[in-house]
Design a protein around this ligand. Structure first.
Ligand SMILES: Cc1ncc(COP(=O)(O)O)c(C=O)c1O
Length: 395
C-alpha cells in the first residue's frame, strides 16, 4: 500500500511532542524546526505511522537498521518469546545459550570457520573492540583510517572518524594514534608503530562512496606486506544491504576483523566484532575478569532478534533482492552505490528530504547525496512511488 498524500507535516501531535522534548532532552540531539521531525508511533515493512497517524514510506530503514522490514513478524515473535523467558543474563560471567548460537552463526556468515566474536551493543562499541583487538595483536598503537570516515563517536571510534563536525569540540581529548589518508588510495609506507587499517568498504555517511575496484584488494596486500591488521567496518554495509551478505564480497577481499551492527538484529541494538582466530586469540584467556566487556554484552533479547533477522535474510534471499531492487533504482535514477545502499547527488539534500516528508516519504541526506537505504523488503510498487516523487521534485 502506498502512503496517502499528506498535508501539514509535522502534524499537531508531533509538534506538541517536539516542544515538550525540547524541555527535557539535551538540545544538541533532536533537530527541531518548523518542518521537522515527525514522531514515530508504529511501523511495519517499509511503512511508518506518526503520532498524528500519517503514513510514510521509509527510504532510510531508520539509519539502515530495518533491513528485514520494520516489525518483521519473525523478529517480533522471537522477541516476544524470549522476553517471556529471559531478558538479561550475565554476558561475560553466566551467559545464555543464545550468545553461543549467534556467535556460531556470525562466524559461519563472515569467515565461515575459525573465527571469534566480541559482542557489543552499538556499532561504535564494535569498532572500539576491533581497535583494541588490533592493538593487543600487534602491540602497535597506530591506526590508518580514511578521509570522510564515520566509525562512531566514542573517543576511540571518534579518533578514527574524520569529520571535523564531530571531532572539533573534543580534539584535545582525542588520542593521536590515528592518521587519515585519502579514501580510495593506498597509503604510503606506514610508520613503525602502526598496527591496523580501519576502513568502510563503501562509505556511508560520507555520502555513499564506492571506492575504486583496486582499493580494498590493494589494502589487503598493503596490510599483508606491512604486518597490519585489516579491519572492515561493515556496520552499514553488512547483512545484505549492498546486494551481498557483506560488501567485502564484491571485491573478494577477506579482512582480519569485521565490525557489524545496524541491520543485524532487526532493530534491536546489537553489534559485534568478528575476527580471524589467529588475530582474536591474541587476547589472553579470561582469568575471571574480562579486559573488555560490558553489562549488556550478548543480551539474550538481542541475540534472539538477530537469529530471527538473519533467518529472514536467508529465507527471503534479501542479498539478492537488494541487488535486484538496487539495479531497478539505478535504471530510473542517476544514483551511486550498490544494492540498496544508494545515494542520489542533488544540490540540496536536506531541502529535498523536507519536501519528501511533505509527500509522505522519509529520507535522509548522507553527505552531498539523498540517501536511499530502504528496508530490503520494500516492494516494487513502493519504490515506484518513491522514484516518481523524487523525479518530480528534482525536475
Ligand atoms: C560505518 C559505520 N560505522 C560505525 C557506525 C556507528 O554505529 P552506532 O551509531 O551504532 O554506534 C555507523 C553509524 O552510522 C556507521 O555507519
Amino acid at each position: 500500500m502506498l502512503p496517502k498524500l499528506l498535508t501539514k507535516i509535522p502534524g499537531p501531535r508531533s509538534r506538541t511532542l517536539a516542544r515538550k522534548l525540547r524541555r527535557y532532552e539535551s538540545r544538541n540531539i533532536t533537530f527541531i524546526s518548523k518542518h521537522w521531525p515527525v514522531f514515530w508511533e508504529r511501523a511495519t515493512g517499509a511503512n511508518v505511522w506518526d503520532a498524528d497517524d500519517n503514513r510514510y514510506l521509509d527510504l532510510t530503514a531508520a539509519f539502515g537498521v530495518a533491513s528485514v522490514g520494520h516489525g518483521n513478524p519473525q523478529v517480533v515473535a522471537a522477541l516476544r518469546q524470549q522476553a517471556g523467558r529471559l531478558i538479561h543474563a550475565m554476558g561475560d560471567v553466566h551467559p545464555n545459550e543464545l550468545k553461543l548460537k549467534l556467535a556460531r552463526e556470525l562466524v559461519a556468515l563472515t569467515f565461515r570457520r575459525n573465527a571469534r566474536v566480541i559482542f557489543a551493543n552499538t556499532g561504535t562499541e564494535a569498532v572500539e573492540a576491533a581497535l583494541k583487538t588490533a592493538a593487543i595483536h600487534t602491540g602497535r598503537p597506530g591506526v590508518i583510517a580514511f578521509t570522510g570516515a564515520y566509525h562512531g563517536l566514542a573517543y576511540g571510534a571518534l579518533a578514527a572518524t574524520e569529520r571535523n563536525h564531530f571531532r572539533q569540540p573534543f580534539e584535545k581529548q582525542l588520542g593521536n594514534f590515528v592518521t587519515h589518508h585519502r579514501y580510495g588510495e593506498i597509503p604510503g609506507q606506514p610508520p613503525k608503530n602502526y598496527g591496523a587499517v580501519l576502513v568502510e568498504p563503501i562509505q556511508g555517511r560520507a555520502g555513499i562512496v564506492v571506492p575504486p575496484d583496486n582499493f580494498l584488494p590493494g589494502l589487503r596486500r598493503y596490510c599483508d606486506r606491512h604486518g597490519l591488521v585489516l579491519i572492515f567496518d561493515e556496520i552499514y554495509t553488512g547483512f545484505c544491504r549492498t546486494g551481498r551478505w557483506f560488501a567485502s564480497e564484491h571485491w573478494k577481499v577477506t579482512p582480519d576483523l569485521i565490525c557489524i551492527g545496524k541491520g543485524m538484529a532487526g532493530g534491536f541494538p546489537l553489534a559485534a566484532c568478528v575476527g580471524r582466530a589467529p588475530v582474536m586469540d591474541s587476547w589472553p584467556a579470561s582469568d575471571g575478569e574480562a579486559i573488555h566487556t560490558s553489562t549488556f554484552l550478548g543480551n539474550p533479547l538481542g541475540c534472539a532478534a538477530a537469529l530471527a533477522a538473519i533467518g529472514e535474510m536467508k529465507r527471503q534471499k534479501l542479498a539478492k533482492r537488494a541487488a535486484q531492487l538496487g539495479a531497478y533504482i539505478q535504471a530510473h535514477l542517476p544514483v551511486r552505490g550498490k544494492g540498496l545502499m544508494l545515494g542520489l547527488p542533488v544540490a540540496n539534500p536536506a531541502r529535498l528530504c523536507e519536501q519528501l516528508l511533505q509527500r509522505g516519504i522519509l529520507a535522509l541526506p548522507e553527505g552531498d547525496v539523498l540517501g536511499l537505504t530502504p528496508p530490503l523488503t520494500i516492494t516494487r510498487r513502493q519504490l515506484d512511488f518513491a522514484i516518481a516523487n523524487i523525479i518530480e521534485l528534482c525536475r
